[in-house]
Design a protein. Structure first.
Length: 86
């Protein structure tokens, strides 16, 4: 079954719940090809759900408070909708 846009977004955000990550492990954890990862991570950064941290040696991404809330609400909705068995 093909993942929805929301599912992809939440897979990225959920991966970041455990802490900041570099791009390659993050795209691997979210199971995304690099071009799609770049598109989605830019959208998440623009929406304020993810912070991009640049250092002299690497780039990492971390979840913002808003990103954490988004994931929490997503999981709450999944739990709610499961009750309807749709």
């Amino acid at each position: 079954m093909r993942r929805t846009r929301i599912d992809i977004i939440c897979s990225i955000l959920t991966a970041l719940e455990k802490g900041s990550m570099k791009p390659t492990p993050l795209l691997s954890k979210a199971n995304l090809p690099h071009p799609l990862f770049k598109k989605y991570i830019a959208e998440l950064e623009a929406a304020g759900l993810v912070n991009k941290i640049l250092s002299a040696k690497s780039t990492t991404y971390e979840l913002t408070d808003e990103g954490t809330q988004y994931v929490r609400e997503y999981h709450r909705f999944l739990k709610f909708s499961a009750g309807f068995r749709l």
